[in-house]
Design a binder for this molecule. Structure first.
Ligand SMILES: Cc1ncc(COP(=O)(O)O)c(C=O)c1O
Length: 388
């Protein structure tokens, strides 16, 4: 395939070359089982231990608080359902209206099984109403699950403040940090988060590996019954290459966090400014100071996001409309609807999400192509015609 300009990094990321190099020997030569007694397996076990330390360093926590999983979705599901299992007399989950489907559909399923689900709203900029959260907590609440940052808009929630509020009420707090890990600094030692999810393929590790951080002392059910792996919490032979890859990806992310997030943010800002200046009738969704440095979500009035995506695709430019998991459906993004973005503007929204592999030339190319794409689609749009 010809060169692509990849700006869909909130959907998935390129696996870093350094990460591939690190994991390859554990696919080819060092294929031992980390639980085996022999040296051949033992060397693999040591590498898994090192990966656990690397992940813990990125999160600012202890290695024994890291449980490896298969993906962010598994971590989210287990955090919520595993907590409910521990508090059988509590029947309520508090969450937000803008969570990823990994949390929202889990909650909807729980509702069908008799649990009460309370969803906090957001304002027009995508900010969470923290006062509303305070009112929703009660003695029946088993777990609060609120994402660290939104995958569609990049809006970051005040997780430290929320974690304190929830901890004061003695309730378990889970945060989905899938879009955050490797993009902004994290320090779980000083934040009373009980459970936190992350996913390898969002930070330049391969698909098929994730993490659930479980703070020491947090009560949590068994993920999967089986062997003694992951301190007996999640049985099953480890995804060794994936775990080693994730450890390396976390090490790389931590080593370059500050410089990369500054560089990526300046590219994102340039892209955003360039598009807003050259395309009339468009605006940024979730334009708040607290935003992930790599994400911009722009609504183009009177045209369909899907049509823009198809035209971008002809130039090899990859972006997304709504979240990758919901695009393809005719419903506009639940996140933008929760923010009160008008139906037509929500339909015309595009998310560009950058990574350390994007260049200034990528940004210049997108800025150059967008005005002609938008003008062309507007010429064809029945909404524009009906306006004039
Ligand atoms: C915020 C958020 N949570 C969870 C997930 C699911 O992660 P995974 O694809 O690893 O299951 C995603 C994936 O897009 C996400 O953006």
């Amino acid at each position: 395939m010809a060169d692509v300009i990849y700006m869909d990094n909130n959907a998935t990321t390129k696996v870093a070359d350094e990460v591939i190099e690190e994991m390859m020997p554990y696919l080819r030569e060092k294929y031992g089982n980390p639980s085996s007694m022999h040296t051949f397996g033992g060397q693999v076990g040591k590498k898994v231990t090192q990966a656990r330390q690397q992940v813990a360093a990125l999160l600012g926590c202890e290695p024994d608080e890291i449980i490896f999983t298969s993906c962010g979705t598994e971590s989210d599901n287990t955090a919520i359902k595993g907590t409910l299992e521990m508090y059988p007399n509590r029947r309520k989950v508090v969450t937000t209206r803008v969570e990823h489907p990994a949390v929202l559909t889990t909650c909807r399923d729980l509702e069908r099984h008799g649990y009460s689900i309370s969803e906090i709203s957001v304002d027009r900029k995508g900010n969470l109403n923290v006062d509303e959260l305070g009112f929703r907590l009660d003695d029946n609440t088993a777990v609060v699950t609120i994402m660290y940052a939104n995958n569609e808009t990049g809006v970051i929630f005040p997780i430290e403040q929320i974690a304190e509020l929830v901890a004061e009420r003695g309730i378990v707090f889970h945060t989905d940090a899938v879009q955050v890990a490797g993009k902004i600094p994290l320090n779980l030692k000083n934040t009373p988060v009980n459970l936190l999810s992350l996913s390898g393929h969002k930070l330049h590790a391969p698909k098929g590996v994730g993490v659930l951080y479980v703070r020491r002392g947090t009560r949590m059910g068994t993920f999967m019954h089986g062997g003694h792996q992951e301190a007996g919490r999640r049985g099953g032979t480890e995804n060794v290459p994936g775990i080693i890859a994730l450890g390396k990806a976390c090490q790389l992310a931590l080593a370059h966090l500050e410089e990369e997030s500054t560089r990526v943010k300046s590219l994102r800002d340039k892209l955003e400014k360039g598009i807003l200046q050259s395309c009339p009738d468009c605006f940024v969704n979730g334009e708040t100071p607290n935003r992930l440095p790599n994400t911009t979500n722009i609504s183009f009035e009177f045209i369909e996001g899907e049509s823009i995506l198809m035209m971008l695709d002809q130039f090899g430019i990859c972006a997304s409309s709504g979240s990758a998991c919901t695009s393809g459906s005719l419903e506009p993004s639940h996140v933008l609807r929760a923010m009160g973005v008008p139906f037509t503007a929500a339909h015309g929204s595009i998310r560009f999400s950058l990574s350390r592999y994007n260049t200034e030339a990528d940004v210049d190319c997108v800025i150059e192509k967008m005005p002609s794409i938008v003008n062309r689609l507007r010429e064809l749009s029945p909404f524009v015609k009906s306006r004039t």
